[in-house]
Design a protein around this ligand. Structure first.
Ligand code: CP3
Length: 346
């Protein structure tokens, strides 16, 4: 049967009249229905680990807006937790983890195939979604890329410059490499299970790829993504992979070819014209609206949305934001953005 889901067609390289749309963090605090379900769950991690509620918040933006794809509701930091790290969220501040900075810390972590009992609720969420999503809506699974996950595991929190991870890379390369290796293997195992449970596409979030320069970018952004994608393609041929090396700048060029990704997600620091000429030449791209525009709205939101659609109209494109929608965004602005995309290329 010919593929009818617009997202899958764009990922296969088809140029569509209007691009499929979804948004990073589309299930989130800007939506009152999300805040209500999160309150029922009690806290963010309980929401992630309660399949019925995680599926519910995944479906909320699909019901409200009719996006072309749903992204599994979970978090990239569930993998470190499944490996044995402690994880909690400080209200108003973000994630905290027990740190991994020595061989002894690493020895205390579990093996990459020992994560599945802990992550079983996530696989159950995927199974529920595969049953309940409208037939035209694609289901995206995801994981953090090894470098980004490692930056949180090494520092025990988010960091502005990923300093602790860079320091470990320089000072104890063996431990750093072994940690990246463990995360890479766990990520392959985790994404494989998501695909077996019903994810049709998977996305690798490398939110901190931009702090890797030169050979470090090749070693810790390109090489792990290439390995994960090759392993997934060997086990699950035909399942497309979206890679998001955020803030990669000039290193976006050739990233799809170097890693085997079917689509590269663009942040909003690169211009759409530049990316069309230099990145989209290799295949599908996703992005790159500035999420601030969903806070500020107005004509600028509509103009900028149309400009991005026009810039990428010559090749396969998935309309998305350059990063996640923020809690202060106006849900009405999301409707305006969708209307500007689907209302044609005026
Ligand atoms: O996109 C989606 O709708 C799917 C769900 C999703 C979440 N996190 C839910 C979430 C996805 C794909 C992620 C990925 C993620 N998580 C990344 C990579 C993408 C990026 O944003 O760069 C990172 C770095 C994380 C780690 C993380 N999780 C941080 C730093 C934070 C705190 C910052 C914040 O926005 O509060 C989270 C929490 C988080 N993950 C929330 C959501 C909806 C907010 C939690 C809440 O409800 O309080």
């Amino acid at each position: 049967m010919a593929e009818t889901k617009k997202l899958m067609r764009a990922l296969a390289g088809e140029v569509l009249d209007t691009p499929p749309i979804w948004m990073m963090r589309q299930a989130g605090r800007y939506l009152p229905e999300y805040r209500a379900t999160r309150a029922r769950a009690g806290d963010f991690l309980s929401l992630c680990y309660t399949p019925e509620l995680a599926a519910e918040v995944t479906l909320q933006p699909i019901r409200r807006y009719g996006f072309d794809a749903a992204i599994l509701f979970a978090d990239i930091l569930l993998v470190p937790q499944a490996l044995g790290a402690e994880l909690w969220f400080e209200t108003g501040e973000g994630p905290r983890l027990s740190t991994v900075t020595t061989q002894a810390d690493l020895d205390r972590l579990k093996g990459p195939e020992d994560i599945h009992d802990h992550l079983a609720p996530v696989y159950e969420t995927v199974r529920i979604l595969a049953r309940e999503l409208p037939r035209e809506t694609a289901l995206i699974g995801f994981a953090g890329a090894p470098w980004t996950v490692a930056t949180y595991m090494i520092a025990g929190r988010g960091t502005p410059d990923q300093g602790p991870a860079h320091a470990l890379m320089r000072e104890d390369r063996a431990t750093f490499e072994a940690l990246l290796e463990r995360i890479t293997e766990a990520t392959i195992a985790y994404l494989s299970r998501q695909i077996e449970a019903g994810a049709e596409v998977v996305k690798l979030f490398d939110s901190w790829a931009g702090s890797l320069k030169g050979e470090d970018f090749d070693a810790w952004a390109v090489a792990p993504a290439k390995r994960i994608i090759a392993a997934l393609k060997a086990r699950h041929p035909g399942v497309p992979v979206i890679a998001f090396p955020r803030e990669a700048g000039p290193r976006y060029v050739g990233f799809a070819r170097a890693t085997g990704a079917d689509c590269v997600a663009l942040d909003n620091s690169v211009s759409a014209q530049w990316a069309a000429a230099n990145v989209q030449v290799d295949g599908c791209v996703q992005g790159n609206l500035d999420p601030r525009l969903l806070v500020t709205g107005g004509e600028e939101l509509v103009e900028e949305t149309r400009r991005i659609v026009r810039a990428f109209a010559g090749g396969p494109h998935i309309f998305n934001l350059g990063h996640g929608i923020t809690p202060d965004a106006d849900p009405e602005n999301v409707s305006r953005m969708i209307e500007a995309v689907r209302g044609g290329r005026a």
